[in-house]
Design a protein around this ligand. Structure first.
Ligand code: FAD
Length: 415
C-alpha cells in the first residue's frame, strides 16, 4: 500500500532521524529522503553541553547511528543540504543547491536555532552559542584556555555549561534577567535550589540582571550589566533560548505561532505535511492547551508518531512529557508539567541533594521534578501515563511506598 509513496523529511536531527528509522522499522517500503543542512550525520545533542564538552566522549559516540545504517535501511540521507521552499501544489521541496525533491508526505523536523543576543559586541571573537556540534567543538577548544567565563542566560544549557566550566577551574559569572534560573520550565522550589548549588560550586550568580554590552575590540574581554557592573571574561556563552525554524512552513502558507501548528496527529492544516520535534506546536493535555517542547522525549516520540500516521496507523499523540538535565553531580528529571499547579509538596530533603517536588492541580498530580531521585521520576511517568491517583500526603510521606502504589495502579488498569 505504501510501496510507491515518497516521504521527504526536512531536518536530520533527533526527530527527523526517528521518523525515518520508525518508518523502516514499521516495514514502510516507499522511499525515504532525509535532508539536513548541518554537515554531519544525525547526532545526539544532549552530550554537547555535558560529556562531549568535558572531553569524556568523542565524536563517534555522538552519532545516532553509523553511516552504514542509512544505506542498509534505504534512507537517502542528504547532509549539508538546506530546503529553501515547499511547493504544496506540485508537492515538492526545493533545496539551496537547486535540487527539487517530490513528496507524497512531507515531515518538517526543522528544530530550532539559538536566539542571538541583540547587544553591541555580540559578534566578538570568544562569544559563542551552544546549539550545534560545530558550536560545541568551538566551545571545547576555547574552554581549554579559558580563565573567566560569563554565561548569559540561566536556562538548562547555560547552567550545564556553567557546571562544566566551573568544574574545569574557570571562574564563572552567570547573568540571568529573570529572578529565577530556568524560570520558564521549572518550579520556584527547584529553581531556588539550583541557584544555591551553583553559588556553592563557586559561580557568581546574578539574577534580575541584563547584559547590556559585550566588551572588547576584536576578542571579548568582558560584559557590562544593567546594574553598571563590568565582569571580565575571555569566553562568553549566549544561552538565552532558541527560536523554532518555521520560515519555510510559514512561506508555504502553513500556520505558525511559536512553532508550526499541528493537530493531535501532528499533521498541519495540509494533510500531506507533518511537523514534529522542537519546531512543532501541538495540543497537549499536559500543557492544558498547546505547547512546543524542546526535549529528546518529544522529538523521539513525535518522530515515531508521524511515521505511524504515514503508514496509516495514526494515534492521537498523548505521551507524557519528560526531560533531564545534568549539572555536575546532580541529575534533574522532570515528568509532566508543573505549570499552573496550586500545590507543591516536597519528598525528601533538599539538604541531602536527593529530593522531588510533586505538583498538584485541584488535587490531581500534574508533574514531578526529581533531583537525584530516579525512582520518583520513573514512578511519576508511569502514574501520569495511566492514572495520576496519588494524594499530596502520600507523595510527601517517605514511608509511603511509591513503587508498590504504582504497581497497584497498573494492576487495577489491566484488570
Ligand atoms: P534539532 O535537533 O534542532 O534538529 C533539526 C535539524 O534540522 C537541525 O540539524 C537543523 O539545522 C535542520 N534544519 C532546519 N531547517 C532546515 C532546512 N530548511 N533544511 C534542512 N535542514 C534544516 N533535551 C533533553 O531532553 N535532555 C537534555 O539533556 C538536553 N540537552 C541538550 C543540550 C544541548 C546543548 C542542546 C542544544 C539541546 C539539548 N536538549 C536536551 C534538547 C534536544 O536536543 C532537542 O529537543 C532535540 O534535539 C530536538 O530535536 P529536533 O530534531 O526537533 O531538532
Amino acid at each position: 500500500m505504501t510501496k510507491n509513496l515518497n516521504v521527504v523529511i526536512v531536518g536530520a536531527g533527533q526527530a527527523g532521524f526517528q521518523a525515518a528509522a520508525s518508518l523502516r522499522q514499521a516495514g514502510f517500503d516507499g522511499s525515504v529522503v532525509l535532508i539536513g543542512d548541518e554537515p554531519r550525520i544525525p547526532y545526539d545533542r544532549p552530550p554537547l553541553s555535558k560529556t562531549f564538552l568535558t572531553g569524556e566522549i568523542e565524536l563517534e559516540k555522538l552519532w545516532l547511528r553509523p553511516e552504514a545504517f542509512y544505506r542498509d535501511q534505504r534512507i537517502e540521507l542528504e547532509i549539508g543540504e538546506s530546503v529553501t521552499s515547499i511547493d504544496r501544489q506540485t508537492r515538492h521541496v526545493e533545496c539551496a543547491s537547486g535540487r527539487k525533491v517530490s513528496y507524497d508526505q512531507l515531515v518538517l523536523a526543522t528544530g530550532a536555532r539559538f536566539r542571538p543576543l541583540p547587544v553591541p559586541g555580540a559578534g566578538l571573537e570568544g562569544v559563542l552559542p551552544l546549539r550545534t556540534l560545530a558550536d560545541a567543538e568551538a566551545l571545547r577548544t576555547r574552554l581549554a584556555g579559558a580563565r573567566e567565563a560569563v554565561v548569559i542566560g540561566a536556562g538548562f544549557i547555560g547552567l550545564e555549561f556553567a557546571a562544566v566550566t566551573r568544574n574545569a577551574g574557570v571562574r564563572v559569572h552567570i547573568v540571568e534577567m529573570m529572578q529565577n534560573p530556568m524560570e520558564r520550565v521549572v518550579s520556584r522550589e527547584t529553581s531556588r535550589y539550583f541557584t544555591q548549588v551553583h553559588r556553592r560550586w563557586g559561580s557568581d550568580v546574578l539574577l534580575g540582571t541584563r547584559v547590556t554590552r559585550i566588551l572588547g575590540e576584536r576578542r571579548v574581554t568582558g560584559v557590562e550589566t544593567s546594574d553598571g557592573r563590568k565582569l571580565s571574561a575571555d569566553l562568553v556563552l549566549i544561552g538565552i533560548g532558541v527560536r523554532p525554524n518555521t520560515e519555510i512552513a510559514a512561506a508555504a502558507g502553513l500556520t505558525v505561532d511559536n512553532g508550526i501548528l499541528v493537530d493531535q496527529n501532528l499533521a498541519t492544516a495540509d494533510p500531506a505535511i507533518f511537523a514534529i520535534g522542537d519546531c512543532a506546536n501541538f495540543p497537549s493535555r499536559f500543557a492544558a492547551g498547546r505547547c512546543r517542547l524542546e526535549s529528546i522525549q518529544n522529538a523521539v516520540d513525535q518522530g515515531a508518531a508521524a511515521a505511524a500516521a504515514i503508514i496509516g496507523k495514526p494515534e492521537p499523540y498523548d505521551k507524557v512529557p519528560w526531560f533531564w538535565s545534568e549539572q555536575a553531580d546532580l541529575r534533574l528529571q522532570i515528568a509532566g508539567n508543573a505549570v499552573g499547579h496550586d500545590r507543591a509538596v516536597l519528598r525528601g530533603d533538599p539538604d541531602s541533594h536527593s529530593f522531588s517536588v510533586f505538583f498538584f492541580r485541584g488535587g490531581v498530580l500534574t508533574g514531578v521534578e526529581s533531583i537525584n531521585r530516579p525512582t520518583d521520576h520513573v514512578v511519576a511517568r508511569r502514574l501520569l501515563a495511566v492514572d495520576p491517583r496519588l494524594s499530596p500526603e502520600q507523595a510527601a510521606d517517605l514511608n509511603f511506598d511509591l513503587r508498590a502504589h504504582t504497581a497497584d495502579v497498573f494492576r487495577r488498569e489491566v484488570a
